[in-house]
Design a protein around this ligand. Structure first.
Ligand code: TMP
Length: 392
């Protein structure tokens, strides 16, 4: 049984950056549910993938040094620990991970053809398809078996999880390894980062829920790592139960203990979270309005999907935030989805006349603070809403 615990109102597609502002932007009600049985947290309305992951998808994983470094470290670990003959990445985006591998030993799957084109051009075989059983069957005919499948920040975007794992089960070799990483539900609740919820993020995983989803396919988690990326993620190392080569690490048991201690298995925990989310909204609106009434110039830094949730939930528009700045080519000179706030191309002088910069990309706080030393030295300040709205 599923029960609703949070309503984030009407939200646009978080990556639909339009060149012309319209107040008729298509919006969908964003309600969040907890499933008592599977412990899975999910959004109510599932938008078809074909509407969200198109040939205009703007998000580029290689836009941040933090992500590039994380993928470089992981690629070294994969080679050392598993040394796969052939690996496959589901949701390879612009190749931030696969570019670290030998072109002959890695295959990308990326339904957004604008992104698949980037890696294909560099010589990395990339299929511009959605991940589902017919593709897995086609790949099995061609490549026989894959001994490592990796997917970061992708599986939580696909509504039919049964099809996802059925397809992985079909293609992965008997002793194959599956590594997935996605934002951590525990971290989201601890940080009160309700902006992890948007229409693309259909699920927010925990060890408790992943364990339940995969067991039906004969898989189990044998190791995990907590990561700082995307505001706190978990990397799950998964194998078939029949594969006795790897023992279940203590880290898995510890994480389950932590999740149970925090109450991820209880509805009351989510109810408490929803009260904190409402408080966060009021506090952020109060803080920004007070600064604005003192004629302070506020901009947004990092036109993230997360910021779209915040702006639309808190109803913040260009009377408060003058503009956003971002480095992603496909977001430049467009509007924040659902709000009349323009996005300007980042340059090192963009903060010159700015008093406060709201961190849309709060998950890259350290990278950004380092980059904007000049802004901070002359008295400029960042604002974050994580874990509570404040000036930092
Ligand atoms: P993400 O939080 O979904 O990964 O998105 C990060 C966004 O922030 C992406 O659009 C790139 C942008 N960004 C900047 O504009 N400048 C920066 O220094 C960093 C780290 C990110």
């Amino acid at each position: 049984m599923k029960k609703q615990f949070l309503d984030l109102g009407y939200q646009p597609l978080a990556n639909e950056f339009l060149s012309k502002y319209t107040n008729k932007h298509k919006k969908y009600r964003l309600k969040i549910f907890f499933d008592y049985k599977s412990k899975l947290v999910s959004i109510s309305k599932k938008i078809p993938s074909k509407e969200m992951f198109t040939n205009k998808y703007p998000y580029r994983s290689s836009m941040s040094k933090t992500m590039q470094l994380s993928f470089l470290k992981l690629s070294k670990e994969i080679l050392k620990r598993f040394n796969p003959i052939l690996m496959l990445e589901i949701g390879s985006n612009d190749g931030a991970l696969i570019s670290n591998f030998n072109k002959k030993k890695v295959i990308g799957i990326e339904p957004c053809s604008n992104l698949a084109k980037i890696t294909n051009k560099k010589g990395f075989k990339t299929y511009d398809n959605y991940w589902e059983i017919n593709l897995a069957k086609k790949l099995k005919r061609k490549y026989k078996e894959i001994d490592l499948i990796y997917s970061a920040n992708t599986l939580t975007h696909i509504s039919d999880l049964k099809n996802v794992f059925k397809s992985i089960n079909h293609l992965l070799s008997t002793n194959g390894i599956l590594i997935i990483e996605d934002p951590s539900l525990l971290e989201c609740l601890k940080k009160n980062s309700y902006d992890q919820f948007y229409n693309e993020h259909i699920y927010l995983f925990s060890v408790l829920s992943v364990k339940n989803i995969i067991k039906e396919f004969g898989f189990e988690i044998f190791d995990l790592k907590n990561l700082n990326t995307h505001g706190g993620s978990i990397r799950y190392y998964i194998k078939r139960k029949s594969n006795k080569k790897f023992k279940i690490s203590e880290r898995v048991k510890q994480q389950i203990k932590k999740e149970l201690k925090f109450g991820l298995d209880k509805f009351s925990t989510y109810h408490k979270f929803s009260i904190n989310v409402k408080k966060s909204k009021n506090k952020l609106i109060g803080l920004l309005s007070r600064l604005k009434s003192r004629n302070k110039k506020i901009i947004g830094y990092g036109a993230t999907a997360k910021a779209v949730t915040v702006l639309n939930y808190c109803n913040i528009d260009n009377s408060i935030i003058d503009f956003f700045t971002d480095t992603t080519p496909d977001k430049i000179n467009k509007y924040m989805p659902g709000k009349k706030i323009k996005i300007y191309k980042y340059n090192k002088n963009i903060l010159n006349k700015v008093d406060f910069a709201f961190l849309g990309a709060w998950n890259f706080k350290y990278e950004i603070k380092k980059k904007e030393k000049r802004f901070l030295d002359r008295g400029g300040k960042f604002i974050t809403h994580i874990p509570i709205p404040k000036i930092i």
